[in-house]
Design a protein around this ligand. Sequence first.
Ligand code: PLP
Length: 489
Amino acid sequence: MGRRLHRVGEYILHRIEADDGSIFGVCPPDRRPPPTATVERMEPSDASQCRRLVSELPGPVSLALQRRRDHAVTTAVSTSVPLFIEAAEGAILIDVDGNRLIDLGAGIAVSSVGHRAPTVVEAVSNQAARFSHTSFMINPYEGYVAVCERLNACTPGDHDKRSALFNSGAEAVENVVKVARRVTGRQAVVVFDHAYHGRTNLTMALTARNLPYRDGFGPFSPEVYRAPASYPFRDPEGMTGRAAADRAIGLIERQVGAANVACLLIEPIQGEGGFVVPAPGFLPALASWCADQGILLAADEVQTGFCRTGRWFACEDESIVPDLVATAKALGGGLPLSAVTGRADLMDAVHPGGLGGTFGGNPIACAAALASIDLMEANDLPSAARHIESTAMPRLMALAGAHRGIGDVRGRGAMLGLELVLPGTSEPDPSAARRVVETCLRSGVVALTCGTFGNVIRLLPPLTIDHVLLLDGLEVLGSAIDEVLDPDR
Ligand SMILES: Cc1ncc(COP(=O)(O)O)c(C=O)c1O
C-alpha cells in the first residue's frame, strides 16, 4: 500500500502508484487523472469492493457490444449507463472491459442484499437443479407458500393476511386494483401527482408522467383519478401533511365522490416521481379518511419495500397499515418476483382463478426471495439502511449548503435524493442532474436520476454496501456536483 495521505473521518486515504496502468478510487483534487497517474485510494474492508477503472468509459468491448445492440435492440428500450456488465459482486459492477464501478442504483432498488449474495446464488442453483417451473396454478410447490407466509408476517399489521405472487411490480399493482374493484364493487381508483406505478396499460393510466411513459400509448384504462400529492419542496411554504391531505380529499370528494372509490393507491415515498417524502401527517390523514369512507388503502411499496427506507416497509414510519400492499424489486433478490399481500377477507373474496398467471411465483424466484429475506433479517438490513442515511445525509446536506443549485435534500434510509434547481429558485435543472450523473460515471460511480422534471439525483445503493465504498462513492458524487454546479471554483 502506498504513502499515507490524510484522514477523512475515521478513514485514511492512501496514495498509490498504479503499476498496471489502472485507476483506483479517485478523490479530489485528481478528479480525472490519466490512467498512469498517481492516484488516491481508500481501503475497503473487502478487497473485492473497490472502484477501479482500467479503460476509457465506455471501453472497447462495451462499444463493440453497443454496436451489436444498435442493430438488434429497439431504441425504444433506452439504457442510461452505456457499460455492458460481465459480473457483479456486493456493490460493485464489473463491466466487460474489466472496470469496477460502484453501484449506487442497485438496478433500480433491486439488489438490496448485494449482487451475487452467496446464499441467494446457492438457493437459486439448488432450486434450478431440482425444477424451474410447473406453474403454481397447475402443480403447487412449497417455495410459493413459504414466500407468502413470509410476506404475510413481515408486511405492516398483525391481522390475518393472504398473498398472491406475480412477476413484475406493474403486475402486482394491476392485481391490487383488480382485488380492490372486485371486493368493493366500486370502480374508481385514486392515484397521485408524480406517481409511478408501471408501464402496462392500466399502470400507465396510474402513472403521472407523460414522457417517456405514456406519450402516444393511449387510450388508457378508465376510472383513474389523480389527486395532488404532498411535495414539501414544491407545496406552498408551511403546508402541513394534514393540509395537503385535505387538499387531496377535497378534490376527490368534489370530482369523484368517495362512494365511487375502490382504492386509493399511493407510494409512501414516491420513487420515479422524485423521491418525494410526504409531509408528516399526510399518509395518516388519508388512511383515516379511507377507513371512514370504506375505501381500501393500497400501498405501492415496490420501490420502498424490504428495508430500503430503514424499515421493512416505508408505511411503518407513520404506523400506516394498508389494506393491500404491492411489492416487487428487492423481494426477489435479483430475480423477477412480485406480490400482492392483503387482508385475508379481501384477498379471499376474489373468485377462485381470478388471480394468477403462468409464471407468477416462479420456483427459482421464490428460492431467491426466501434466501434474500433471510439475509435481510440476519443482517438487520433496516439498520443498514439507516446507517447509510446517517453516513450520506450530512455529506449531502453539506453539498446543499455549498451549492444554491441544490434545492432540496430528502429521503429516508438508503433512498436519498438531491433535487437540482436553477440557483436560488425552484426551477428544475434536469441538465445539471444529467451532467452530475455523467461525471460520476466517468469516475466509475453509477448514480441515477429521477423526478417528474428529471432533476433529482437518486441514491439507492445495495443495503450491504461496504462503508468505505459508500464514502468513496459519496466523495465522487461530491466532486461531480462541485464540477457541474460550480465549474469556476
Ligand atoms: C413504486 C413503483 N411501482 C411500480 C413499479 C413498476 O415495477 P416494474 O418495473 O417491476 O413493473 C415501479 C418501478 O420502478 C415502482 O417504482
